[in-house]
Design a protein around this ligand. Structure first.
Ligand code: SF4
Length: 138
């Protein structure tokens, strides 16, 4: 998004009011850039793990309100798991653990799927919980 703004600004500076307009635009970009960057980071972390939106009619599991998800330490982004609290996810073997490679996961699309243990919504393919178990045959 930030890149699009800069491109639009460059295009405007070539076609219209010249220096003054360019400087106003640059000022706007400088003021808005941190907010835009924060929003993009938030989208990648919490929104959908950087992947597709959840399938229509399906809601992501909320580990704050779903008691089972909370008890199992479910995280939408497995890379954000506190391995001191959840040592199963620590080390080289732990780093390979994602919902998409779990025996309880059934894909709904590329980024989301149903978990047998947490049925309140869809879990992220890049997520994790302490009940992670390798897919049969993997
Ligand atoms: S049981 Fe498996 S699929 Fe379900 S949340 Fe835990 S790691 Fe993800």
């Amino acid at each position: 998004m930030l890149q699009k703004l800069l491109n639009a600004l460059r295009a405007q500076s070539k076609t219209t009011s010249g220096r003054r307009g360019f400087l106003k635009g640059m000022l706007a970009v400088l003021v808005l850039a941190p907010a835009i960057a924060a929003l993009e980071a938030c989208n990648q972390e919490g929104g959908n793990g950087g992947g597709e939106e959840p399938p229509a009619g399906m809601t992501p599991v909320n580990a704050e309100t779903d008691a089972t998800a909370k008890a199992l330490g479910y995280h939408m982004d497995a890379t954000k798991v506190d391995t001191a609290q959840w040592p199963k996810r620590a080390g080289a073997e732990g780093a390979k653990q994602f919902c998409k490679a779990c025996n309880f996961f059934t894909a709904a699309n590329g980024s989301w799927g149903k978990c047998t243990l947490i049925p309140s919504g869809v879990v992220n393919a890049g997520g994790w919980c302490n009940s992670w178990s390798p897919k049969a045959g993997a």
